[in-house]
Ligand binder design. Structure first.
Ligand SMILES: [Zn+2]
Ligand SMILES: [Zn+2]
Length: 408
């Protein structure tokens, strides 16, 4: 085990000591708090201040941490204690991580064990232990392509909202692969910098569709005044527009089973699919189908709200002191790097090529268990209790994931 950790440490050393390694400076570096996790001691060094990227790089090449972070916030004195830092503002950041997104495959490759009571299970890691309510887990996860794809789909929805509903241009959105199995979106615009936690919570609620009211105020307060489906109405902006598009997309392929799953047993929806899309959704004549009640529209809208909302880690966005992984640095769980790419390239960016830090050499490892995976354009695995020679990037990832050790 020691030799395997040493091997990874050695590779991290080479990365941080290589003068050709690109580590872009964040905006206003001297106003940021920097932090890093020591490789061997597993201790987080915090409240560090650097005047620029050069002195930071020299510390990174000396200490070679496993993970490097900086604050989303700007401070007068980033190296002071928390209450004396003098908060000046913060970037608006979003974290989309497969850890928080249910997928069909998480039961196959993810496991968790409660640190306190030992309760263990497969699949999505719970927020609290079902047995003892503790919140710390040992986890075994995998940066699976399908899970990364589902994180990418959530990121696409977020970017669409930030662009079309909030009015940011794509150039103002900094989009990153996180280095593990998710994405980060940073907005550094002056317009968001001074937002407090409440203001950020409002944005989170919008993005996740929380508290979305579909019936107008009049219809909610005086339910009897407007009859039937006349109470249901959607306009052409923001979420209302998203609901309409989503309803249309859902209905085009919806089966009887799909409708039943969302609580709609009425056959009228299925029978009048085309008419509903044309008359109700496109022309706004929601009352024109006799057998479809306002409750049915609401059920449909609620389901579509879930489909259209972006599954972000809400805590990250509302925390105005949050530390976020630094662009260009390595992720201790994979050896991949956090890397920025243009927002418009989201669908084309391949993390197993674009985020690969170790591009040379090979290493012999004993793999206990790994599914088929891709790295640097090669398809590798599956492996089960076998010794193989792998490209360094693949060997590092398997060791970091606890699935391999250096073979003698
Ligand atoms: Zn427990
Ligand atoms: Zn998966």
């Amino acid at each position: 085990m020691e030799t395997s950790r040493d091997f990874v440490y050695q590779k991290f050393c080479e990365y941080y000591r290589d003068p050709t390694t690109v580590i872009p400076a964040p905006l206003s570096p001297s106003q940021r708090e920097f932090a890093y996790l020591l490789f061997k001691e597993r201790f987080m060094v915090r409240h560090k201040r650097f005047e620029g990227i050069r002195p930071l790089r020299s510390v990174l090449s000396e200490t070679v941490p496993s993970d490097v972070y900086h604050s989303c916030a700007y401070y007068e004195n980033p190296d002071f204690d928390m209450d004396k830092k003098g908060w000046l503002g913060a970037d608006l950041v979003f974290d989309i991580d497969a850890d928080h997104i249910p997928t069909n495959c998480d039961k196959i490759h993810d496991e968790f064990t409660c640190v306190k009571c030992g309760f263990s299970g497969k699949g999505l890691i719970p927020e609290v232990c079902p047995a003892c309510e503790a919140t710390k887990f040992e986890t075994k996860t995998w940066p699976c392509e399908l899970c990364i794809k589902s994180a990418r789909d959530e990121t696409a929805k977020l970017i669409d909202m930030l662009e079309n509903d909030f009015g940011f241009s794509l150039d103002e959105l900094h989009v990153f692969f996180s280095g593990h199995r998710g994405y980060h979106v940073h907005v550094e615009d002056e317009a968001v910098r001074s937002l407090d936690a409440m203001g950020r919570k409002e944005i989170v609620d919008y993005v996740t569709g929380l508290g979305l009211t579909i019936l107008d105020k009049d219809a909610r307060e005086k339910p009897k005044k407007k009859s039937g489906a006349k109470r249901f109405n959607l306009h052409n902006f923001g979420w209302n527009k998203r609901l309409k598009l989503g309803m249309q997309n859902f209905l085009v392929t919806a089966t009887k089973e799909d409708l039943k799953n969302i609580g709609i047993k009425n056959n009228a929806v299925l029978k009048n699919k085309e008419t509903i899309i044309k008359r109700c959704i496109n022309e706004g004549r929601w009352e024109s189908i006799n057998d479809v009640s306002v409750q049915t529209w609401l059920k449909l809208a609620e389901h579509v709200r879930e489909l259209q909302s972006a599954n972000i880690d809400t805590v990250v966005t509302t925390d105005v002191h949050r530390l976020i992984r630094m662009n260009g640095t390595l992720h201790g769980k994979t050896g991949l790097k956090k890397v920025e790419f243009p927002a418009k390239n989201l669908q084309d960016f391949n993390p197993f090529i674009g985020a690969v830090a170790f591009k040379k050499g090979a290493a012999k490892v004993l793999v206990s268990d790994a599914p088929e995976f891709k790295m640097g354009g090669e398809t590798l695995g599956p492996y089960k209790n076998q010794t193989v020679e792998l490209p360094v990037a693949a060997a590092v990832m398997l060791i970091c994931k606890g699935r391999a050790k250096v073979a003698n």
